[in-house]
Design a protein around this ligand. Structure first.
Ligand SMILES: NC(=O)c1ccc[n+]([C@@H]2O[C@H](COP(=O)([O-])OP(=O)(O)OC[C@H]3O[C@@H](n4cnc5c(N)ncnc54)[C@H](OP(=O)(O)O)[C@@H]3O)[C@@H](O)[C@H]2O)c1
Ligand SMILES: [Zn+2]
Length: 465
């Protein structure tokens, strides 16, 4: 693949892109140029979310660059390097190719090819996540401080907007030894501005009394506000010859009250990021003074929610995407292809077929599995049930058997008893007969042939003899 500059775009890359002014980001496959003589390729580890990313993805400046892969606060490690390169490098990168002004894809992606001139070296003590925002937010406030002489110790600097740019602005200004006043629309940020970032005072810009009390007190102001706001009240805060430097980029034009400028020969200037030499200088200065951004690290999947939160000002103070750990290749899914793309359509129908097929297979597997489980369960239940039934049956059966046995046993016992009784009685009778015969012989007690009747009683009852 060759682009309009004749570069070979052979390195496969993967990121998240916005496709229209909804700004919604979704997975996107693309290519980056092959490494040229002065290029390095880096694996991206982190990328900060600058307010400009939100404005560009939602096309607030009317650039219409879709598809747009945002991200220019990029840190990572070099994978294809030049001989002189340090293995830990970063690059500020915008939506435009360095030098050529042509569109390029940003850092919400896995790799970056960049001219070595646009990479800077991080000092060892600067973390790559909290350090990433310095590559835009940091240099955007550092550069005008130096250029406009708003870095002199003891001078009073106002910082408008305590956001991504503003909060590192306070840290740099304090490191320069300046007196710093934050000028904010959010009273809730006062404590953090003073306690955490070291600001000397805090002005609520909507509180006219506070603003009035601070008139004519500042040597300079750096205005980072992202939305249109009254400029006149800020100019009034400047001392004579004071400078108001605008770095925030509101989407609509702001009115300039000329009269405020005339009185006290005040200046208004602007500034955009900074050169590479100055960026390296800023990074080294940040390393020396331990200046990093206050960040909330997020996953790639969270990026659309993060954008919504950024639009509402709901972030303290910079989102940083953990690219290396959370940007997952979706090469096998359909979501990185346009709706209507034939490949997407065929993948969709294939997925549907597979879904149905898998459902059937799973159903069958489950059926067999459940059957087995039920079998075991039922067996157990039946065992218990049958045990009960059999117990009852056996009880009845055994009762009958025992009854019979007992009956026979008792009959036998009684028979024996009766027999022995009868034998005894017979013996007695024989004895008695003998006695009787002998007495008849001697006294002729009864005549022959006369029948006598004798009744013998035993303890079992009467027995007729
Ligand atoms: N010049 C450059 O090279 C350059 C580089 C990067 C970014 N930018 C631009 O700088 C601006 C700020 O970027 P950022 O990343 O710092 O954004 P950010 O994190 O969203 O912070 C912007 C801050 O502006 C203040 N603000 C918001 N709405 C306001 C309003 N209606 N009136 C007054 N103040 C308001 C808020 O601070 P408070 O709550 O304290 O009021 C907010 O925290 C953006 O427009 C961005 O495009 C320019
Ligand atoms: Zn930026």
């Amino acid at each position: 693949m060759t682009n309009s500059q004749g570069e070979e775009h052979t390195q496969k890359a993967f990121g998240w892109a916005a496709r229209d002014s909804s700004g919604i980001l979704s997975p996107f496959n693309f290519t980056r140029r092959a490494n040229g003589d002065d290029d390095i390729t880096m694996k991206i580890l982190y990328c900060g979310i600058c307010h400009a990313d939100l404005q560009i993805t939602r096309d607030k400046f009317g650039l219409g660059l879709y598809p747009v892969v945002p991200g220019h606060e990029i840190t990572g490690v070099v994978t294809q390097e030049l001989e002189s390169c340090c293995p830990k490098m970063e690059s500020t990168f915008t939506m435009f190719d360095e030098g050529t002004g042509k569109k390029n894809y940003g850092g919400y992606s896995d790799i970056l090819v960049v001219n070595e001139h646009f990479a800077v070296r991080f000092p060892e003590n600067l973390p790559l996540d909290a350090g990433a925002p310095l590559l835009c937010a940091g240099i955007t406030v550092y550069s005008p401080m130096k250029y406009y002489g708003l870095n002199q110790p003891g001078k009073h600097l106002g910082l408008v907007g305590l956001g991504g740019l503003g909060h590192v602005g306070v840290k740099f200004a304090k490191a320069f030894g300046m007196k710093v006043t934050v000028i904010s629309t959010s009273p809730s940020k006062k404590e953090e501005a003073i306690e955490r970032f070291g600001a000397d005072s805090f002005l609520v810009s909507k509180d006219l009394d506070q603003m009035k009390a601070a008139v004519n007190t500042m040597d300079g102001i750096i205005d980072t506000a992202s939305a249109p706001h009254p400029i006149g009240a800020l100019i009034d805060l400047l001392k004579p010859n004071g400078k108001l430097v605008v770095v925030g980029a509101p989407e609509k034009t702001v009115q300039l009250p000329i009269f405020s400028l005339l009185m006290g020969r005040k200046l208004i200037g602007g500034s955009a990021i900074g050169g590479m030499k100055e960026t390296q200088e800023m990074i080294d200065f940040a390393g020396k003074h331990n200046i990093v951004s206050d960040i909330e690290v997020i996953s790639m999947e969270y990026v659309n929610t993060a954008m919504d939160r950024l639009a509402k000002g709901d972030i303290r103070y910079r989102f940083v995407i953990d690219i290396a750990n959370t940007l997952k290749s979706l090469a096998l899914t359909t979501s990185n292809l346009e709706v209507g793309h034939p490949l997407r359509e065929s993948q969709v129908s294939l997925r549907e077929d597979m879904r149905v097929e898998l459902k059937e297979e799973l159903k069958e597997e489950l059926r067999v599995e459940m059957k087995e489980e039920m079998k075991v369960e039922m067996k157990e239940e039946m065992k218990v049930e049958m045990k009960e039934e059999m117990k009852e049956e056996l009880r009845v059966e055994m009762k009958e058997e025992m009854k019979e046995e007992l009956r026979v046993e008792m009959k036998e016992e009684m028979k024996h008893e009766l027999e022995s009784q009868m034998a005894e009685m017979r013996a007695q009778f024989a004895q008695w007969s003998q006695l009787r015969a002998s007495s008849q012989n001697s006294r002729s007690f009864r005549s022959r042939g006369q029948q006598g009747q004798l009744t013998v009683r035993s303890f079992h009852g009467a027995t007729d003899l």
